[in-house]
Design a protein around this ligand. Sequence first.
Ligand code: MN
Length: 258
Amino acid sequence: MSTLAALIQDLAAGAVEVVDLTQPLSEQTPVLVLPEPFVNTPGWRMHELSRFDDRGPAWYWNSFEGGEHVGTHFDAPIHWVTGKDGQDVSQVPANRLIGPAIVIDKSAEVAGDPDYLLTVEDVEAFVEEHGPLPEAGWLLYRTGWDTRAHDQDAFLNADDSGPHTPGFSTECAQWLAEESPLIGVGVETVGTDAGAAHSFDPPFPCHGFMLGSGKYGLTQLANLATLPPTGSVLVAAPLKIVEGSGSPARVLALKPVS
Ligand code: MN
């Protein structure tokens, strides 16, 4: 049997489950807030065109507006100054949008420390237990932050010293970008960098190193808790926005059911 025939059979039989890793996209979706003097992104807005009325008696439709980096979304290399000569979101090859995923779960650590940073040692410990990182794969970073995704204040978790959300250490971001076979990281938080990463050296190292290496980011993911540490396949579908720096995305995973 061919690989795809086996997949179709397994999907029909429930031996492979499709998990939706996407948060709902609405006017309530939390968005990043940058400090002065930087320009902020608008959130998501819907404008009704007609709904079975004089404007369109038999049809319902809307227009929408919003930032490229709103809700569950994809970061393309050109989003960052280090990757400014790289791919825009329309140029990301389709075969880079499907790949093996691993899930590293630090939700227990983050529950005690919202500023928790994933380290190279954490990734090495994962490899020791679960085997090598997959070629052209994605690291999905489970932190438990998805439980806050319905509430802007809880999601950004900011106080006088700025936002407090988990991320990657500078060394880990550089290692993932430059040494690992992975092509992307996916997180549950508003961005791939930690809330405190504005004060790291360099600032926002995950954006800088990953996008500067032609790699990718996915944010505001859901349902990572339902995925196994290894063995699932990620499918990321950003809009093909010409010259887009990113895009809201539908993100799915194929998961074996044991
Ligand atoms: Mn982004």
